[in-house]
Design a binder for this molecule. Structure first.
Ligand code: 5GP
Ligand code: ZN
Length: 113
């Protein structure tokens, strides 16, 4: 999608610290980290929110989660991590290209605020 910031990162039109990439998935550092490890795990395909998911997206979302697990292991997050996705306004979604935040390196509270 032309004006989407994460699509621009996928197309390398704007820089990002990319830590993992495969055919359908990209993982890069969040520009405004809220934990010692704060990565964004995205499908390369532009999907705005969970409400836009189609049957054909099932396999790429599996790939997104597998990538998250592998990157977490590589980053020595054996103590645990949080994989969280904000969907629309009540959750505070700012970038409308579906993504998971991979957060680690410190304990997290529950429930989230
Ligand atoms: P959400 O949509 O789940 O609220 O969060 C979007 C996240 O994207 C934020 O944590 C924000 O810091 C991050 N972000 C926004 N713009 C950029 C960017 O241009 N580059 C990178 N690496 N992260 C970004
Ligand atoms: Zn996009």
């Amino acid at each position: 999608m032309q004006d989407c910031i994460f699509c621009k990162i996928v197309r390398r039109e704007i820089p990002a610290e990319i830590v993992y990439e495969d055919e359908g998935v990209m993982v890069f550092k969040d520009i405004n980290p809220v934990a010692p490890v704060h990565l964004l795990v995205i499908p390369k395909k532009h999907i705005p929110t969970f409400f836009d998911l189609q049957e054909e997206d099932v396999s790429v979302l599996g790939r997104v989660q597998l990538a998250a697990a592998r990157v977490a292991a590589k980053m020595n997050l054996e103590k645990g991590f949080r994989l969280v996705s904000n969907c629309r306004e009540d959750a505070g979604q700012l970038v409308f290209h579906l993504h998971y935040h991979l957060l680690g390196g410190r304990p997290f509270g529950w429930p989230p605020g």
